[in-house]
Ligand binder design. Structure first.
Ligand SMILES: [Zn+2]
Length: 111
C-alpha cells in the first residue's frame, strides 16, 4: 500500500505545498496554509483527486480572449457541433458513448 500523503493547502489560493509554511509561496498570504488529513492512495483514489479544490465562480471564467478562427469542414452539422468549424492547426477528437451518433454525424454530413 502506498504511503499516506499529507498535503498542506493554502485556503486563500488553493496552492498545494509539501510542507507547512507560515507564508504561501504562490499568493504571498500569511497563515493561510492548513494541513489536510493524510490520504492513502488506494484504488481509484489519489491524493490530488481527493483533495479539496478552490471554488471558482462561473463569472470568474469569463475571458477577453477572441475566439480562434474557424474553418468550415463542409459538414454543416459538424461545424455546428464544433462551435463554428475546425480550428486550423488543431486536432479534433470526436468521442462519445456507443450509439450516440458519432458515425452518423460524420457520414450524414458529407455532401
Ligand atoms: Zn496561497
Amino acid at each position: 500500500m502506498a504511503k499516506p500523503v499529507t498535503l498542506f493547502i493554502c485556503s486563500a489560493c488553493g496552492a498545494v505545498h509539501k510542507k507547512w509554511s507560515g507564508r504561501c509561496d504562490a499568493c504571498g498570504d500569511w497563515n493561510t496554509i492548513t494541513e489536510e488529513a493524510p490520504l492513502s492512495a488506494g484504488p481509484g483514489k489519489t491524493a490530488l483527486g481527493a483533495m479539496k479544490g478552490k471554488r471558482i465562480g462561473l463569472t470568474d471564467l469569463r475571458t477577453e480572449e477572441t475566439p480562434p478562427p474557424r474553418r468550415t469542414s463542409g459538414m454543416a452539422e459538424l461545424d455546428r457541433v464544433l462551435g463554428g468549424g475546425l480550428v486550423p492547426a488543431s486536432a479534433t477528437l470526436v468521442g462519445g458513448d456507443p450509439g450516440i451518433g458519432k458515425s452518423t454525424l460524420l457520414v450524414a454530413g458529407r455532401r
